[in-house]
Write a protein that binds this ligand. Sequence first.
Ligand code: FMN
Length: 213
Amino acid sequence: MSLVDSLNWRYATTKFDTNRVVSDRDIKKLKEIVKLSPSSWGLQFYKIFIITDNKLKNKLLPAAYNQNQIADCSHLFVFCSLKEVFESDIDIMIEQFHLLRAKDDNYSRKSTESYASGAKKSILGMNEQKQTEWLKKQCYIALGQLMVGCADMRIDSCPMEGFKSDEFDNILGLKSQNLTSVVLLPVGYRSKDDQYQHKTKVRKPDNLLFVDE
Ligand SMILES: Cc1cc2nc3c(=O)[nH]c(=O)nc-3n(C[C@H](O)[C@H](O)[C@H](O)COP(=O)(O)O)c2cc1C
């Protein structure tokens, strides 16, 4: 099956089969897929909570306007961005660059340091609104990659913005961790009763979507 076939197979699942659980092996693979997402400056200023506990899922349900995917999925991925970037957050990641690239043939600590100072100037120089917006965008890139990965593995998912971020943050204790919830991806397996799987995909025609110049 080609990737295009997988993307035609996927749809925003509204009803999951509550009896089916994604295996640990597949979750490990999905973690690797989302971990490999690109991010601006390569700094990955987000954390991804993976929730399986039914009590916790049910607690979150009202904060997602009772959209039952939250409770019925196998694993609920909650993408959370940093609320604010501190210099120390950049330093932590720059240490990773040093650590992981030290063995590269052309590794230069000095050029990584100069990369870090460019990142600090750009990111710490943003006003609050711009930084918040920029941090959220990073989550969406990871979300997209995870969704495509799921489809490739024939695992169902539903991207979700329909939830009250403040309430999620309170329930998950995110504020004290300098985090805020941005977007959700419940994953699992479609129920046979989910009518949406039979609907024809609606997308813009090419002439409205692409400009070939
Ligand atoms: C960022 C984002 C947020 C979405 N939020 C919700 C949501 O809260 N609830 C829901 O049922 N579907 C949600 N959707 C699913 C879209 O409605 C769906 O992807 C779109 O209609 C296209 O259909 P398809 O994904 O089945 O091809 C969301 C999709 C995206 C990309």
